[in-house]
Write a protein that binds this ligand. Structure first.
Ligand SMILES: Nc1ccn([C@@H]2O[C@H](COP(=O)(O)OP(=O)(O)OP(=O)(O)O)[C@@H](O)[C@H]2O)c(=O)n1
Ligand SMILES: C[C@](O)(CO)[C@H](O)COP(=O)(O)O
Length: 391
């Protein structure tokens, strides 16, 4: 069935042995800062702002062990071949029919920022199914041609040279045809597409997208992976979350918990958990900003462990989910809407508690609605939260 926009498939080739790196495990499975190169190479893919189909190509004896390197990212694993070209061909074989735009990415480029992926996807789309797109950087060294004895023959005009990176993007039909007709082994996908006579355009690559090839590259990778180092330009995202709970009925009274605090003597809220609207609105804002779903899909009412759970439980779990996905919370701002409790005397206490739970500044304010709406009629409480996250 035709889709409005080409649906994206990404083949991550990770089946190389890493001869030049000289380790005793295949390169993509070498650890950098406690995580494999393969695992790091999909960090940015997880952040692409649309769903993508992921195929990972690995050495045949590591097919079974690969999933542990990809956490919960949906993927298909397939055994690669003796050359990069054969490995890409193996990946192409298992893409589903839904995919009509393919990116091929080297796992060895473990720190490629997400904007490079998005730039390549956008450029392929703008080419109306007819062009290939590769990220590249200007060459900064002087480049000379030499003969087999090492004698310089000429200086090559570097102004027209590009150092080519991945992901390389193509309309699926074009890449499939290029691979079907491929002859001699070449070093990148664009070469095969060009051999068919199709144009390949260069878009800006990124210095951080270097290929981990030699031992020195591994040192550079360790530096980028070190705590506090930024492997990619900060990507700020905003989120919004709203929650409302009715007051508990007199038949089933409850204690009031709002903003992580217990409010003795106040009428409690009804709900599967403790009904902490402030905590729940914050979770929704954070999950939404990070593209990680929402409170309902992450912490469903079917989970008996969450019956009566306090807001703090949801907040801590939400923070963990964001951190696992590589996001850091910038700040959170929340407004509580309702007649009671009188919030301002405990604002500082609430801010301090929520700030310590989330490890980022949280500010809660409160307002009434001049008697309007369900909050004004004292039927319940609402909270609206906004946040910034960076990833
Ligand atoms: N048979 C191969 C060879 C390479 N690759 C992948 O292609 C990318 C680029 O290749 P390169 O950096 O040259 O990796 P290796 O071939 O492993 O390195 P070396 O040439 O040093 O052995 C890497 O992610 C690598 O895993 C692959 O999937 N299958
Ligand atoms: C695809 C590539 O990364 C673009 O620079 C490069 O051609 C891979 O070549 P290698 O010889 O397999 O490293």
């Amino acid at each position: 069935m035709p889709t409005e926009r080409p649906s994206v498939g990404i083949i991550v080739v990770a089946a190389g042995s890493g001869t030049r790196l000289g380790r005793n495990v295949p390169k993509a499975f070498v650890e950098v800062g406690g995580r494999s190169i393969l695992s790091r190479s999909i960090d940015s893919i997880r952040r692409i702002s649309e769903p993508v189909e992921l195929v990972v190509v690995v050495p045949a004896d590591l097919v079974g062990a690969t999933s542990t390197h990809l956490s919960d990212t949906p993927h298909v694993v397939v055994a690669g071949g003796a050359t990069r070209q054969q490995s890409v061909a193996a990946g192409l074989e298992v893409l589903s029919d839904a995919v009509d735009l393919v990116l091929v990415h080297d796992a060895a480029r473990a720190f490629t920022p997400v904007d490079v992926f998005e730039r390549v996807i956008a450029a392929v789309r703008s080419g109306a199914g007819a062009i290939g797109v590769i990220p590249g950087l200007p060459v900064t060294d002087t480049i000379k041609g030499r003969d087999a004895d090492g004698v310089v023959q000429q200086t090559i005009d570097r102004s027209r040279l590009t150092a080519v990176q991945t992901p390389q993007g193509f309309p699926r039909a074009l890449l499939a045809e290029a691979y079907a007709r491929a002859g001699e082994d070449v070093t990148d996908d664009a070469e095969l597409v060009q051999q068919l006579g199709h144009p390949v355009h260069v878009v800006p690559g990124d210095e951080r997208s270097f290929k981990i090839t030699n031992p020195h590259d591994l040192e550079r990778a360790e530096e980028l992976a070190a705590p506090g180092a930024r492997a990619s330009a900060p990507h700020w995202r905003t989120g919004i979350g709203v929650d409302a709970h009715a007051y508990a009925s007199d038949d089933a009274p409850a204690e009031l918990w709002v903003a992580g605090l217990h409010w003795p003597g106040e009428r409690g809220l009804a709900g599967h958990s403790d009904g902490d609207v402030v905590a729940h609105a914050i979770c929704d804002a954070l999950l939404g900003a990070s593209g990680l779903g929402d409170l309902g899909s992450r912490f469903g009412t079917s989970d008996p462990a969450l019956a009566g759970a306090h807001g703090e439980v949801f907040l801590r779990r939400t923070r963990d989910l964001l951190e696992q996905a590589g996001f850091t919370i910038g700040n959170v701002s929340v407004q509580l809407i309702g007649n009671r409790p009188r919030f301002s005397p405990r604002k500082a206490e609430a801010d301090a508690l929520l700030t310590s739970i989330l490890g980022a500044p949280v500010s809660v304010s409160a307002t009434t609605t001049d008697g309007l709406g369900f909050a004004g009629r004292a039927e319940g409480l609402t909270a609206i939260a906004t946040c910034l996250v960076v990833g």
